[in-house]
Design a protein around this ligand. Structure first.
Ligand code: PNW
Length: 462
């Protein structure tokens, strides 16, 4: 078994989740309303009309869930804090009961030797801030920095790494351009403003917190032109620009890519002098979420978006709506996402090559498959194969000199998969959404062995 899946001592072996996808308990202990609470109640927005009022009840079951993590041997757990639990109205009073939940969670993790990696924003904006205009409004970025400072001050002694905004691309373009995600607006120009304000929120928060260890998080794709034609090369440049460089260049170089701004051709008066210097705050680590590769064409003939949305949506590709996504011929997951571990190696090497040196972690990687629970087992060999080949890509990246310091499987447990509801299972751990019973899938057992082989020689583990 995988004898050469060997990683350097101290490598973070993790799994990831996010608050809205797992917690439930949407009215407990003074939590306010988030845009996902509102969005999921609107007809036609989420498959099956699913919402996450209960989700997988992690808010009440966190002790058992941490015990599962300990069983797996995880050395790190990446979770997010629900902003409306901490600040129900998005500004003004902080709710100590909300902070206490995350303190209890961190205490439990630390008692089990698991490092808490805290994400401040995984898409659950307080509804009151959306009512005031949401991410297209500059003020939201300032509100975020206040919230971040509060969480930091309350949890700084508990948390290993703070990260700011999970996947700003999704929050901006699925939330405000395609409308696939909350708040479900289809306003291309607002989405660009949202993207900038999410970047600004990141920079303001990093500077406000002055945390011991802080990171930013981006979701990166490998991108290939369908052919060598000028139209396809241009399509690849555009999609790479919007998906990858708009965020990487801002966070790590302190500028927006000129070609992307030119493609957009919009008034950029909302980008103030000094914003990019703020955004380019020094980071200790970059969190990279990686799932797939896009093959793109400028000649038409493909789909309007790679991640086939389950509901009626617009295009997330502001200013490049003509680009189409074609079949790259690889096997796909239950999401229809092509499996391409070479893309992960490519993405990691690209960041290491094109940007100032910064430690990296793969902060999400994983796959949904049509799991079957039978006799207390889930034989998800496809997921194991997915994790195995992507971990090999991580190993190759390290061999090639990429400063990769950890890997977080998405996700620890089956959960609420956004616009897809409960129909797509990404977990290492199977969850019965009626009884809330947790069962380790075969992939979890396999991952656990890999972790144990690697951690055997760690000083802290002996
Ligand atoms: C990420 N797309 O979401 C998120 O960080 C997780 O919360 C989520 O569960 C996971 O990946 C699996 O989907 C994405 O359409 C959602 O390109 C949609 C897209 C990408 C990432």
């Amino acid at each position: 078994m995988s004898s050469h899946l060997r990683f350097p001592p101290g490598f973070a072996w993790g799994a990831a989740t996010s608050a809205y996808q797992i917690e439930g308990a949407v009215s407990d202990d003074g939590r306010g309303v988030s845009i996902w609470d509102t969005f999921t109640k609107r007809p036609g927005r989420v498959v099956g009309g699913h919402h996450a009022d209960v989700a997988i009840d992690h808010y009440h079951r966190y002790r058992d869930d941490v015990a599962v993590m300990a069983d797996l041997g995880l050395s790190a757990y990446r979770f997010s804090v629900s902003w409306p639990r901490i600040q129900p109205a998005g500004s003004g009073a902080f709710n100590h009961k909300g902070l206490d939940f995350y303190k209890r969670l961190c205490d439990e993790l630390l008692a089990r030797g698991i490092d808490p990696w805290l994400t401040l924003y995984h898409w659950d904006l307080p509804q009151a801030l959306e009512d005031a205009g949401g991410w297209p409004e500059r003020d939201t970025a300032y509100r975020f920095a206040e919230y971040a400072l509060c969480v930091h001050d309350a949890l700084k002694d508990h948390v290993h790494t703070f990260s700011t905004v999970n996947e700003p691309w999704c929050a901006a373009f699925l939330g405000y351009a395609s409308g696939e995600h909350a708040p479900g607006r289809r306003e291309p120009d607002s989405a660009i403003r949202a993207a900038h304000h999410l970047n600004l929120a990141h920079g303001l928060a990093v500077r406000a917190m002055n945390a011991r260890r802080v990171g930013g998080c981006v979701n990166l794709y490998a991108i290939t032109p369908a052919t060598g034609s000028d139209a396809d090369l241009d399509a690849a440049r555009r999609i790479d620009g919007l998906q990858n460089r708009f965020f990487l260049d801002a966070l790590l170089l302190g500028r927006y890519p000129e070609d992307v701004l030119a493609d957009l051709g919009m008034d950029t008066g909302f980008i103030h002098d000094g914003d990019l210097a703020t955004i380019n705050a020094p980071l200790d680590v970059l969190l990279v979420n990686y799932y797939s590769r896009f093959t793109v064409s400028g000649a038409g003939g493909g789909k309007a978006s790679a991640a086939a949305a389950p509901t009626e949506t617009g295009s997330p590709w502001v200013g490049s709506e003509h680009v189409s996504f074609v079949n790259g011929g690889r096997p796909v997951t239950a999401m229809g996402w092509e499996i391409d571990d070479a893309g992960l190696l490519e993405v990691l090497q690209r960041v290491a090559r094109d940007y100032p040196a910064i430690p990296l972690v793969v902060s999400e990687n994983g796959a949904a498959f049509d799991d079957v629970l039978k006799d207390g087992r889930v034989h998800d060999a496809e997921r194991t194969a997915y994790l195995d080949c992507h971990l090999r890509a991580c190993r190759e990246a390290i061999d090639a000199g990429v400063p990769l310091q950890g890997y977080f499987a998405w996700s620890l447990m089956d959960n609420f998969e956004w616009a897809w509801g409960y129909g797509k299972r990404f977990g290492l751990v199977h969850v019965d959404f009626e009884t809330q019973e947790r069962v380790l899938k075969d992939s979890a057992r396999w991952y656990s062995q890999i972790i144990r082989q690697n951690r055997r020689h760690e000083p802290t583990d002996s």
